[in-house]
Design a binder for this molecule. Structure first.
Ligand SMILES: NC(=O)c1ccc[n+]([C@@H]2O[C@H](COP(=O)([O-])OP(=O)(O)OC[C@H]3O[C@@H](n4cnc5c(N)ncnc54)[C@H](OP(=O)(O)O)[C@@H]3O)[C@@H](O)[C@H]2O)c1
Length: 315
């Protein structure tokens, strides 16, 4: 049996759906039933029920966006740092391997390959770098699992949310047997206020940047594949290989969904942060080659985006 924590959430429900599709026996556990944020309660549950694997899709995401985390720092720290640490210790005490949903938002920018060196560039909105991204230049490299997070409390500025996600990874590193699965900007074909494609359609103005993104069903499937293949434990970037500019996403929305509205973009960061956002946003390119090298199949970002928009299910 697999124990699924956070099954009521946006990502947890996708895990539940995929586990059902695979006909895997699993128990979705909510804090309402057992307060799994408490070490003693969780350990008692693990010892009594002996799951073969624990999936942690629980955590604190600000709603409607990360700015909300700045207003509940204690809740954010509890959900994203202390909870994974509690689960890690309970799982090691019960001798159970587990997987943790982390985030790619602990990085900003990309690595830029130049003659004789590779440098980190935090701001891909700079015109010369954006131009490289638009033409999918091979000079733009994603962050790998070996790269130290650069959008964290240790490398500021960062949002409080990102800081707690990076700290969460640190808190569980080296404890027991675990996967850290980094998700990045979930999207799919189901219109939902949590879906990136829905968000882009509903923003009064759109923020232009460059990002790797994760199709929700592809993400949960890849995570479960890693476990089922018994891939080595550790960190995996679980994004659809590649990256997109927001402009390109808008072009695809216009092409497939033909919305009545005309999309407008914020002129620059200054206007965006003055009017629409408070805390700094992570925008970054991730390298998914470790996932692919583990033998997991996942569609490229273009294919996943086209598929989601061709099969769009309005709310
Ligand atoms: N959605 C995204 O854009 C995104 C992107 C990257 C990474 N992630 C990560 O994915 C994980 C799941 O996110 P989600 O979008 O599915 O979140 P969500 O929809 O808010 O669901 C999270 C679930 O976690 C449980 N939970 C346990 N402790 C919590 C706490 N202190 N505060 C709030 N909820 C708590 C709740 O379930 P019960 O109360 O029923 O147990 C809740 O339903 C998080 O770790 C998040 O950081 C999300």
């Amino acid at each position: 049996m697999i124990l699924l924590l956070g099954a009521t959430g946006y990502i947890g429900e996708a895990f539940a759906k995929e586990l059902e599709r695979r006909k895997k026996k699993f128990v979705p556990l909510s804090r309402r039933q057992v307060d799994y944020t408490r070490f003693d309660r969780l350990l008692e549950f693990l010892r009594a029920n002996q799951p073969a694997f624990v999936l942690n899709a629980a955590g604190f995401t600000g709603k409607p966006n990360v700015d909300a985390c700045e207003l509940d720092k204690a809740g954010t720290l509890l959900g994203n740092t202390l909870l994974p640490q509690t689960i890690a210790h309970a799982c090691v005490a019960a001798g159970i391997p587990w997987g943790h949903v982390s985030s790619g938002c602990i990085y900003s920018g990309a690595k830029i390959s130049e003659p004789g060196k590779v440098r980190v560039e935090k701001d891909l909105a700079k015109p010369e770098l954006h131009a490289l991204a638009e033409k999918k230049s091979p000079a733009i490299l994603g962050f790998t699992e070996a790269d130290t997070p650069n959008f964290s409390f240790r490398d500021q500025p960062c949002s409080f949310y990102s800081g707690t996600k990076a700290l969460g990874e640190e808190a569980i590193a080296g404890i027991g047997q675990s996967y850290i699965w980094r998700l990045r900007i979930p999207f799919d074909e189901f219109d939902n206020k949590r879906n990136y494609l829905s968000k882009v359609q509903r923003y009064p103005k759109v923020y232009e940047n460059v990002n790797s993104i994760s199709h929700r069903a592809d993400y949960v499937s890849a995570c479960l594949d890693l476990w089922e293949r018994r891939a080595p434990f550790g960190i995996y970037n679980v994004t659809n290989p590649g990256y997109v500019t927001t402009r390109h996403v808008v072009d695809l929305i216009e092409k497939h969904l033909k919305p009545a509205r005309k999309f407008e973009f914020w002129q620059n960061d200054e206007e965006f942060y003055k009017v629409a956002a408070k805390t700094p946003r992570s925008n970054c390119v991730m390298d998914a080659s470790k996932l692919l090298a583990a033998g997991v199949k996942i569609r490229g970002v273009e294919e996943a985006l086209e598929h989601a928009l061709k099969n769009w299910k309005p709310e």
